[in-house]
Design a protein. Structure first.
Length: 435
């Protein structure tokens, strides 16, 4: 985790103290269940809670023990015994390290997902607000980066809103999929521990029992989780790249908010650069970078190996922390985005009416011209305009072959901007609902 791109609430989920607190809760809840089953004394389970519930675990001490034992869970249990005393011998009865590690990881991932879902709500709120603000603000639609036909800036934002709505649905599903608990013993057979212990711990930790595990919870669950984060990151970058293009000097249809005292360049005082959007592009790349190791972690030897462990120690914190920061930054960027309708109209008019070429093409076919002939007639009048050698409407009116099919009034009718925007309300209702 890089402090520059880390928000405290998400970072706290991955701090050692939080991790050890979760480990303790897993062990203590398991002790409660074991006590109810008569496997260990009830007083022992009670003592574990009384002695360690409010304890601050000594991270340095645990690290010291681990340097000797070369085992993180054993190091923690040794330190826990120093806090609890003799009754600590009843902790971890019939359990294996992965019961603690995997259940803890899934608790952390579900908590992280909850924060990310809240972040997505902020992005959605900002997009909805600005989409309705510019619902009917006309701008040029582009395909291959080239002027195509008119759209509205509100539609661009509505597209992003729909995309992030799908992202939210996927993350809810990914959270559910990863929210499982395994307290099933060395190879997942419950040979040394009753399945009722797992059920008790799962309920206490806000999880559900893993239907079948080996020594580990199946990593296809985690692969789906991190893949979902990667898709969300791609959506972040798609919108960021759109803003970067719109802020180009030759376009300047929108730009990032530029605050008082902000500097754009160490060399050129005039610069106002899309630094937030460029930053989001870079952060998105890092989140996606963890998708491949998550997929590769699915492939473990037999009932378990630890080839997944080192990767997860990095990808769990880094991917969630980075995406958390990126989503909050994106929400702020959209909320404060400077929009220039006059420039949008200027760019819309830049090609001298060529954006209406399809309407003219269709009008000609409706009047009896073959599609091939209509295309030739429209294109031969469009190309001079493309080269800056005339006005499309005037050239069409002067074309004798075009006039065989269309009157001046009928030609002019095809240049109505409102025609292109007549279904904006329909699209908005599909995206945002009737309200």
């Amino acid at each position: 985790m890089i402090p520059r791109y880390t928000r405290p609430e998400m970072a706290s989920i991955w701090e050692p103290q939080t991790r050890f607190k979760i480990w303790f809760e897993i062990e203590a809840h398991a002790a409660d269940a074991l006590a109810e089953l008569g496997t260990i004394p009830k007083q022992a389970a009670k003592t574990v809670w009384e002695k360690a519930k409010n304890a601050t675990f000594d991270v340095a001490r645990i690290d010291e023990i681990e340097r000797e034992t070369k085992h993180d869970v054993i190091a923690f249990l040794t330190h826990l015994a120093e806090i609890v005393g003799p009754e600590a011998r009843f902790v971890h009865q019939g359990m294996t390290s992965s019961d603690v590690l995997d259940t803890c990881l899934n608790v952390q991932l579900t908590r992280a997902a909850d924060l990310l879902l809240a972040d997505l709500d902020k992005v959605l709120a900002a997009l909805k607000k600005r989409a309705f603000e510019h619902k009917m603000t006309p701008t040029i639609g582009r395909s291959h980066g080239i002027h195509a036909e008119p759209v509205t800036f509100g539609l661009k934002l509505a597209y992003a809103y729909a995309e992030f709505s799908r992202a939210k649905e996927r993350l809810i599903a990914a959270r559910k999929e990863v929210a499982t608990c395994a307290i099933s013993g060395a190879v997942g057979t419950f040979a040394q521990i009753d399945p009722r212990v797992e059920a008790h711990v799962a309920k206490a930790m806000g999880l559900v029992p893993e239907p079948i595990s080996t020594q580990v919870i199946p990593r296809d669950r985690h692969a789906m989780y991190f893949s979902t984060l990667g898709v969300i990151a791609s959506s972040v970058e798609r919108l960021a790249v759109e803003i970067r293009h719109m802020q180009r000097t030759e376009v300047l249809e929108a730009e990032e908010f530029f605050s008082e005292g902000q500097k754009g360049s160490s060399a050129m005082p005039h610069k106002r650069n899309p630094v937030l959007s460029e930053n989001l592009t870079g952060l998105s790349r890092m989140v996606r970078a963890y998708v491949t190791p998550a997929l590769e972690n699915v492939v473990l030897w037999h009932e378990r190996d630890i080839s997944h462990s080192s990767a997860e120690r990095m990808m769990g914190p880094d991917a969630t922390v980075t995406l958390d920061f990126a989503l909050v930054r994106l929400a702020g960027l959209i909320d404060k985005l400077l929009v220039y309708p006059a420039n949008m109209q200027k760019n819309l008019d830049r090609l001298g009416g060529l954006v209406h070429s399809q309407r003219v093409l269709l009008a000609l076919t409706q009047k009896g011209a073959s599609r091939e002939d209509a295309y030739k007639l429209v294109q031969r009048n469009a190309m001079p305009v493309w080269r800056g050698e005339g006005d499309f409407l005037l050239l069409l009116k002067k074309d004798a072959e075009v006039k065989k099919y269309l009157s001046d009034a009928e030609i002019e009718e095809q240049f109505d901007l409102g025609y292109h925007l007549k279904h904006v309300d329909t699209i908005f209702k599909r995206v945002f609902g009737e309200a």
